[in-house]
Design a protein around this ligand. Structure first.
Ligand code: GLA
Length: 729
């Protein structure tokens, strides 16, 4: 186990394979100071790094400058309102109106292995793989204990962070802010990498200098969102895929979040991550606790690809639970872009018949199969089959599809309620809304108040009874609007600030129930495309719909940003028809297939309307998926060239863990006149091995491919792509 406590020095040392994290208990009062995070230290006294022997010293030596101490010491989990003027991690409202919190060390506990939290998605690991350090601190005046929780994963370079706050006093306390992690360090000239976007262009990369102004990446939308992502990486100047120091945080949570960084007056940076404090206020009665979600911290001393590999390995091993995690997923065809709302049993069966003949393995029926849902203005909440569209019901349709040798999947949007629905007419108070104020519509729908158990029970039963009624192998769980008009008919006024978080807990509870009742179900989360692509959802579903934008060229950027943190096996990616429905672009069918191959792979088009030439390519693409998916799902991902950066071409690849096989995708975005070949290097291959490139007889030295590369000839034309598959000989 790689967690130790030096009683004399009063220093905790947390070691992973390549990183060390150190915390010190400081002064008689037991302040917790951050000492070091970075490359693994095997020897040496990290205590020498504490600046307690220089002004302003510690309060027991110089109490007249206590504020100066609090405002400059690198804090492990800074309190509020007592003299540390940098961003605080926790604040409260107590009976006497005070908001202050100051934490002092009381005790600690070190245990082997890690289990997930009860009501929140979180990482897990066996005894030989990880351990947990829990440092209990207290604030007697506020009547609180705060347990700082650290999961230390020896086998990946991850330290998870979270806190549990307990009201140990005699009166109620309202938590008004509770972040999960803080990292105070000397500024190393950091830049901050984050992901931003919008519908149809999720997770675009941004890199900006860290400065003395606060940089906030945040969501107050009730979900993680298209617009921002609960992730930030601080990188040293010049960091690229191969070199540089990277300090990253990613939040295992699907609701409002904030990640912030700022350099202070002494050029020390503070980076924090947690639930967004806006509109958050959680009432804790005496004896009650609040568990914060988990932040995943990664340190890489080997640039961005080191960070990416750590996140991928960690999520595959310690967060995703689905039995499909390590399995090929059936190649699906989804009817959304094929038909939108205009379909019936006959049409679906025709799509399935032709798709089955081409080797496609599952039909997914998207939005529009229930209630009065002929368009997107109505019927959310009425989860009973529309017999006009689907005579004979679901069981008949599923049987027919199964009879073709295909699995059957279905779309739901369980968190929503349309004003024009039987559900809303029966229970108008089930929608989230502020009494006396007309709630704002979005896509003509409201959000169900999932903080209420009876609403969750209804929504759960609605989904589960459909799943019980037919042979359904897959569910696409969608969420097509963000939260507004925060009000619940069931929560008292002094608990209304709990609604955002209770909503998220409600979603988690429903998905947990679903997986418990249907353990073999393949669940894919989705939110108006990729608005809830976050580690929280990965705990429930092994794949998430990446974006409604299925254009192969737009996807290069979306998938680059996503794959920087998430395994390729989690990225929902489909081949769709051209001209593309969102950007109107026409790209070759082959390129669309190659780009989707780098995700889960499937189709989203009307196969009955394809040209013969395109149809003939489908069996080849399905075979390609089966040939390469094990490698793509389990290998190490490398970003070789970025179209988002160079505006000309893209290249990424996956190398098997044992380096015997690798697959790279090269996409030439625009054709070029009068040009020479492009030289591309292939990181990740073993330098001491020889490789054969599929389709050629020639043998290439690994060293040559890694260090010098290979000349890739012009592909002639726009939006052309090429797969390069290497096998060791
Ligand atoms: C969202 C999803 C789409 C589709 C529609 C249906 O936008 O991202 O894939 O399911 O909803 O309304």
């Amino acid at each position: 186990m790689s967690i130790s406590y030096d009683e004399n020095e009063r220093i905790f040392k947390l070691d992973t394979k390549n990183s060390t994290y150190a915390i010190g208990v400081v002064d008689e009062e037991g302040f917790l100071a951050h000492i070091y995070y970075g490359d693994r230290l095997r020897e040496g006294q990290v205590g020498s790094l504490l600046r307690t022997d220089e002004p302003p010293f510690v309060p027991s030596v110089n109490d007249r400058d206590r504020v100066s101490f609090l405002d400059s010491c690198p804090m492990e989990y800074p309190g509020h309102g007592l003299g540390d003027y940098r961003e605080s991690c926790i604040s409260v409202r107590t009976g006497n109106g005070s908001s202050a919190v100051g934490l002092q060390y009381v005790s600690h506990k070190i245990t082997a292995g890690k289990t997930s939290f009860r009501d929140l998605p979180s990482s897990f690991g066996a005894e030989g793989e990880c351990g947990v350090l829990e440092i209990t601190c207290e604030d007697r005046a506020a009547g609180l204990t705060v347990a700082l929780q650290y999961g230390v994963f020896d086998d990946t370079d991850v330290i998870t962070r979270s806190v549990r706050v307990c009201n140990t006093g005699k009166d109620a306390v309202w938590l008004t802010k509770v972040y999960s992690a803080c990292l105070d360090m000397d500024d190393q000239g950091f830049e901050a990498i984050s992901l931003h976007g919008s519908w149809a262009r999720e997770r675009q990369m941004q890199r900006v200098p860290v400065s003395h102004a606060k940089l906030n990446v945040e969501s107050v939308r009730g979900e993680s969102g298209h617009q921002d992502h609960p992730f930030m990486a601080l990188v040293t100047p010049g960091t690229n895929q191969e070199t540089g120091r990277v300090y990253a945080m990613h939040f295992v949570y699907s609701g409002n979040f904030r990640v912030q960084v700022q350099s202070d007056q002494f050029d020390q940076v503070r980076m924090v991550m947690g639930i967004h404090p806006e509109d958050f206020c959680w009432k804790l009665l005496p004896g009650e606790s609040f568990q914060s979600p988990e932040a995943v911290m990664v340190y890489s001393g080997t640039g961005l690809s080191g960070m990416t590999h750590t996140f991928h390995d960690f999520y595959r091993k310690h967060l995703i639970r689905s039995p499909y995690r390590d399995r090929k997923r059936p190649v699906l065809i989804n009817n959304w872009e094929a038909t939108y709302f205009d379909f019936n049993t006959e049409k679906l069966i025709e799509i399935a018949r032709q798709a089955a003949a081409l080797g496609i393995e599952m039909l997914v029926m998207d939005d529009g199969w229930f209630g009065n849902r002929f368009d997107d203005n109505r019927a959310l909440g009425d989860w009973f089959v529309n017999e006009e569209k689907l005579p004979g019901g679901l069981a008949y349709l599923a049987d027919q599809v199964n009879g073709l040798g295909m699995k059957f999947g279905i779309w739901f949007e369980p968190e929503m309620i349309s004003p024009d629905s039987e559900l809303y007419r029966a229970h108008p108070d089930w929608a989230i809304a502020i009494p006396g104020r007309r709630a704002s519509l979005c896509r003509n729908q409201y959000v169900l108040d999932l903080s209420r158990p009876e609403v969750r029970d209804y929504a759960y039963e609605a989904v589960a009874s459909v799943l019980r009624s037919a042979n359904i192998a897959y569910v696409k769980w969608d969420m097509n609007r963000q939260l507004s008009d925060l009000g619940s008919a069931a929560l008292p006024a002094d608990r209304m600030g709990e609604l955002y978080h209770r909503y998220v807990l409600g979603v988690y509870e429903m998905q947990e129930r679903l997986l418990r009742e249907f353990p073999d179900l393949l669940l894919e989360n989705c939110s108006g495309g990729g608005a809830r692509f976050d580690p929280g959802m990965l705990y429930y579903s092994p794949q998430i719909w990446c974006s409604d934008d299925t254009d192969a060229i737009e996807r290069l950027k979306i998938q680059e940003g996503t794959a920087m943190i998430y395994p390729l096996s989690t990225m929902g990616a489909h081949v769709s028809a051209c001209p593309n429905h969102i950007v109107g672009r026409v790209t070759p069918f082959e390129t669309r297939g190659h780009v989707a191959l780098m995700g889960t792979f499937g189709y989203e088009l009307d196969v009955t309307a394809l040209s013969e030439e395109e149809k003939q390519m489908i069996p080849q693409q399905v075979a390609m998926y089966h040939k390469y998916n094990d490698l793509i799902r389990e290998g190490d991902y490398y970003r070789v060239a970025s179209y988002a950066e160079n505006h000309a071409f893209d290249c990424c690849g996956v190398v098997g863990k044992d380096r015997t096989e690798a697959l790279y995708l090269y996409v030439q975005v625009l054709g070029r006149p009068n040009c020479r070949s492009r030289r591309i290097r292939f990181p990740g291959l073993a330098e001491d091995r020889q490789y054969r490139l599929e389709g050629e007889e020639r043998i290439y030295a690994g060293e040559l491919l890694v260090k010098a590369g290979m000349n890739i000839q012009d592909l002639h034309g726009d939006f052309q792509s090429r797969l390069l598959h290497f096998t060791a000989v």
